[in-house]
Design a protein around this ligand. Structure first.
Ligand code: ADP
Ligand code: MG
Length: 332
């Protein structure tokens, strides 16, 4: 059972950023308005996600990290109508399988909090009372330590993995409305350094200024393109001649209905049109798509980063025309 479980777990939690992504999404699902992510040694020694969300009911403690335990499907008869990030109950069980997992939590119904630890099979191995505010803290130590190959891979690529994580957290912070994000890292005996800090109460514009900086913002122009009767895209793109010469996809953020996603085809299209007007440059992009839920499906891959849009061809064509207008030669 152990091996099969670890193979399956490997599909949800493939690296540092997928682990943190799942935990952050759990915090968002729990209606947190403050999410703090603290790393030690870029997540290698430990990572911790602290939220002020609803907390976890003691009824769920035993099953919390067991495979397929989820509290999010109750009352939903239709996956399409699901608005939470999670519903498969795979994240905590996968993390438990590949790291040392502990959870501190308290709901409004309890006067004290609980500290829970789990073994690699997701079985609850200890439970004690602690003082804490309402919310949840998930601590993950020695990520991948029990998987020699992945652990070596992680050590070799720590800085790259960390970079990927920071850009993922940037994506959540950019789109967040009413959620404050703080991310810190502590390396060795150095003081903790703040990687990201947002107030989370601004518009997309305000979020861009806090997350990417005012200098970056001043190189952007706002765009709004109608893609069909019911689909549109809004956001910000590099002005002509203000892109950066950096690699493909660097500083491009895409969202569908408020959810950060990978959109390689959109990125490719955008780069192509932008480079046509600005040779050798790539645009910075923060693009937020609004589409009716019946048009798309996020449940294509376990990590929900890829999405399927049923009208993709016509939507991409409308986007192409819209972008060509934005970067038409008369603007250069
Ligand atoms: P899923 O998110 O797909 O339900 P997870 O394995 O990510 O599965 O989480 C399992 C369950 O643990 C969730 O359904 C939820 O009940 C609970 N949970 C996990 N993290 C949190 C959190 N930060 N706040 C409140 N509940 C949480
Ligand atoms: Mg989850």
């Amino acid at each position: 059972k152990g091996i099969v479980h670890r193979i399956c777990a490997g599909q949800v939690i493939t690296d540092l950023s997928s682990a943190v992504k799942e935990l952050v999404e759990n915090s968002l699902d729990a209606a947190a308005t403050t999410i703090e992510i603290n790393l030690k040694d870029y997540g290698q020694q430990s990572l911790q996600v602290i939220d002020n969300g609803n907390g976890i009911s003691s009824l769920n403690f035993k099953v919390l990290a067991l495979k397929h335990h989820t509290s999010k499907l109750e009352g939903f008869h239709d996956l399409q109508s699901l608005t939470t990030y999670g519903f498969r109950g795979e994240a905590l069980s996968s993390i438990a399988a590949m790291a040392n997992l502990s959870v501190e939590t308290r709901t409004v119904n309890e006067s004290v909090g609980s500290n829970l630890t789990f073994d690699h099979s997701g079985v609850l191995i200890s439970e004690s009372k602690i003082a804490r505010k309402v919310g949840t803290t998930v601590t993950v130590k020695n990520l991948f330590a029990n998987l020699p190959v992945r652990s070596k891979e992680f050590s070799r690529n720590v800085r790259r993995e960390y970079g990927k994580l920071v850009s993922l957290l940037n994506a959540y912070a950019l789109i967040a409305n009413g959620v404050r994000f703080v991310c810190t890292n502590t390396t060795g005996k150095n003081a903790r350094s703040v990687v990201l800090k947002t107030q989370g109460n601004g518009s997309l514009k305000d979020n861009i200024i806090t997350v990417l900086g005012i200098n970056t913002f001043s190189c952007l122009e706002s765009v709004s393109i109608s893609l069909s009767d019911s689909c549109k895209v809004d956001g910000f793109l590099s002005k002509s001649g203000q892109g950066n010469g950096r690699s493909l996809g660097d500083r491009q953020y895409f969202f569908v209905n408020g959810r950060p996603v990978d959109m390689p085809k959109v990125s490719k299209l955008l780069n192509e049109i932008y480079k046509g007007a600005n040779s050798k440059q790539y645009p910075i992009a923060i693009l937020s798509f609004t589409v009716p839920t019946r048009v798309y499906d996020v449940n294509v891959t376990p990590d929900k980063r890829k999405i399927f849009i049923s009208d993709e061809i016509s939507i991409l064509q409308a986007l192409r025309e819209g972008l060509q207008k934005v970067y038409s030669p008369s603007d250069v």
